[in-house]
Write a protein that binds this ligand. Structure first.
Ligand SMILES: [Zn+2]
Length: 90
């Protein structure tokens, strides 16, 4: 029985640590409170090229007609542009 309690406690502590670590790296609540930013600051967007999730504010936008696509890097944006340029031509 004691073993079960220890496992539960360790699991809980690990869960809490993991959760705070994830919040710290992804949203940085302290940073958000310091500025008058809106919810846009912690929106995650997906890079359509490499499927990476990035914070919208640190992503590189590309306007495609009405919609805006976000990329993790210039390299991904250029790759997307090249691929779609050839698509449109054919
Ligand atoms: Zn990318």
């Amino acid at each position: 029985m004691l073993k079960l309690i220890i496992i539960a406690v360790v699991g809980y502590v690990f869960y809490r640590a993991l959760k705070s670590w994830m919040i710290g790296t992804m949203a940085r609540p302290d940073d958000l409170n310091g500025r008058s930013g809106t919810a846009v600051d912690d929106v995650l967007v997906q890079d359509p090229v490499c499927k990476t999730y990035i914070a919208q504010r640190s992503a590189i936008p590309l306007h495609e007609g009405d919609e805006v696509l976000y990329f993790c890097s210039e390299a991904c944006r250029e790759r997307y542009r090249r691929e779609h340029a050839s698509e449109k031509k054919s």
